[in-house]
Design a protein around this ligand. Structure first.
Ligand code: UDP
Length: 255
């Protein structure tokens, strides 16, 4: 979301975002910000995940399948999936007014629809699977950070899925297509395209766009995103493996 006085995506800004072939934070055009994922961080949730991606800090918690309330929302054929994306008031530079707003309602909706494509909801009729995503610190790309964390939390909860959902964005800054926009690039760039896919396949489950690309730029951006998503998927799998290896060691030590 743009603050007053900031330029709108799609217009070229006066801020120089690329210098000597490097981006403003020193990254190459095809380089992700540092990403670290940890699974199973909350003991009271059925599944959870903590994720740091650049300056973003995100917690995801999954509850369910559990009884669905209100009852009239029960579906006799499948589970209901809910997704709440929430930004903490202290997560951004200017305090964010607590509670849902148009942006968070939209992000929750597109993220839920993306996950509905991969979760086997028909295995759990009449129940609810509830996903909560809390943005503790925001630094551009939070919807993608959120859905990436949510997918790990769902796996951690043992919810059957066709696979993990992994996301990544690409954008355009100073007329150059780059991977994974940072905060300045998001504020002063020309385009931003967040994408989430069923990892390991070519299936897109979320795609949005702010600003615009030519056909060639779109193809270039999508190719970068594909490569970015591969790296995100590897980190998701590493985090889940680590959790289960730790769990097994823990069980042995408990005996
Ligand atoms: N942002 C903010 N205040 C808000 C909403 C967003 O400062 O109320 C910042 C935040 O850093 C966020 C960035 O603007 O990550 C880009 O927001 P956008 O709506 O493009 O979504 P995102 O890139 O986080 O998915």
């Amino acid at each position: 979301m743009k603050k007053e006085g900031e330029k709108k995506m799609g217009m070229k800004s006066d801020v120089q975002l690329i210098k000597d072939g490097k981006r403003i934070d020193g990254r190459n055009f095809d380089e992700l910000r540092p990403l670290k994922i940890e699974a199973g961080v909350l003991h009271r949730a059925d599944g959870s995940c903590y994720l740091e991606w650049g300056g973003n800090k995100v917690i995801a918690a999954v509850y369910g399948p559990r009884e669905c309330f209100p009852r009239h929302e029960q579906d006799p054929l499948k589970a209901r999936l809910t997704y709440r994306y929430n930004m903490a008031p202290f997560s951004v530079e200017d305090r964010k007014r607590p509670g849902p707003d148009r942006r968070s309602i939209e992000i929750s909706k597109v993220s839920r629809q993306a996950l509905e494509r991969v979760v086997f909801l028909e295995y759990f009729p009449r129940t609810s699977i509830d996903v909560f995503v809390e943005i503790l610190q925001a630094d551009a790309g939070t919807r993608i950070a959120g859905i990436t964390a949510a997918s790990v939390a769902l796996a951690d909860a043992g919810i059957p899925m066709r696979g993990l959902v992994a996301g990544c964005a690409a954008g355009k800054v100073d007329d150059t297509v780059v991977l994974d926009l940072g905060k300045e690039e998001d504020n002063y760039g020309q385009a931003d395209m967040p994408v989430a896919m069923l990892a390991g396949t070519d299936e897109v489950v979320l795609m949005q766009m702010d600003g615009d690309f030519s056909k060639e730029e779109f193809d270039q951006a999508f190719e970068l995103i594909r490569k970015g998503i591969k790296q995100v998927y590897e980190e998701q799998k590493r985090a889940l493996k680590e959790k289960y290896e730790k769990g097994i060691e823990g069980d042995i030590n408990d005996q």
